[in-house]
Design a protein around this ligand. Structure first.
Ligand SMILES: [Zn+2]
Length: 309
């Protein structure tokens, strides 16, 4: 029997329509969305570089508002004029993260690979001796890096490395060794002396980013970086406190160190879902929160959870 070509076309289109309604195919498209710890949709990272003695003041302010910070330190500068002392690091930064910023703060892209390795490993080793835990992250001095630097840093066990390339967005970076922050604290206000109009405009720009973060309904990471030596007068410290008040005590925000967020994202990505996405196993040591079809779930370390359809 000869089947007209239009009948063949009809059968083919019907079979593909049927395939699309097959449940297993439909379920493969169910999105699983990460949530932060306690099912929160926002995470805040505050990160400060260089370890100047003004860090004492910002840690006191952060502790007052129950904020958590990551501090990128140069071990060979500690104990010299205007810097923190080695003896105070462990106590001062208890509850915060200490992270590598190289031993001497060079521009890494100008160095040979062995010198890059030396700068990172020497700093890491000394900071680990001071704080008593593995130091696993870093920030590039001057935000300076290239492919060879990233490769060297990766080779010595650094798990994230922050740049100074502000994104002005709240996305999770694709490459953890080129972790671009959201925004410099106060944006580009105070970059140039004697330009109060520019300072005002940049401050408004900064608070617009903060307010966008607070109001967004999307999954969002706000990563603000800076140096406490930049807060070199009373009004900048008052501005810092105003900023802290704006972001503190918000039940939608997960306050975290940089490395804890990295660990959490890895834990989420290591979840093992069944084919039908109705079961999930968490092989990590962290409780992970996520959303499936608009419903929130959590799965404890080493546990399996059955999910609603
Ligand atoms: Zn620096």
């Amino acid at each position: 029997m000869k089947i007209p070509i239009y009948v063949v076309a009809l059968i083919l289109s019907l079979s593909s329509a049927l395939a699309q309604t097959d449940t297993s195919i439909a379920k493969s498209g169910i999105p699983i969305e990460m949530l932060f710890p306690q099912g929160k949709s926002k995470a805040l990272i505050l990160s400060y570089d260089d370890g100047p003695r003004e860090d004492r003041q910002i840690v006191a302010l952060m502790n007052k508002y129950q904020l958590i910070g990551t501090f990128h330190l140069n071990s060979n500068k500690l104990g010299t004029q205007n810097y923190l002392t080695k003896a105070e690091i462990k106590t001062l930064f208890a509850g915060h993260e200490v992270s590598v910023h190289t031993a001497n703060h060079p521009s890494l892209s100008n160095l040979s690979k062995i010198d890059v390795v030396y700068e990172v490993v020497e700093d890491r080793k000394e900071l680990e001796r001071l704080v008593g835990y593995p130091v696993r992250g870093m920030a590039y001095p001057f935000g300076n890096y290239n492919d060879a630097v990233v490769d060297a840093v990766n080779g010595v066990g650094i798990e994230y490395a922050r740049t100074v390339d502000d994104t002005y967005n709240f996305k999770i970076p694709e490459k953890f060794l080129q972790w671009h922050p959201t925004v410099h604290q106060f944006a580009k206000a105070y970059f140039v002396e004697g330009k109060p109009d520019n300072d005002k405009k940049e401050l408004e720009r900064f608070y617009q980013v903060i307010d966008d973060f607070i109001s967004t309904k999307e999954l969002a990471v706000l990563d603000v970086w800076g140096h406490t030596w930049e807060m070199n007068n009373t009004s900048k410290w008052e501005e810092t406190e105003k900023f802290f008040k704006r972001v503190a005590n918000n039940p939608a925000i997960h306050y975290t160190t940089h490395i804890d967020l990295v660990d959490y994202i890895h834990a989420f990505r290591s979840l093992r879902f069944s084919v039908e996405k109705n079961m999930v196993y968490n092989p990590s040591s962290i409780t992970v929160f996520f959303k499936k079809a608009g419903k929130s779930y959590s799965v404890s370390p080493g546990k399996m959870v059955v999910l609603a359809d």
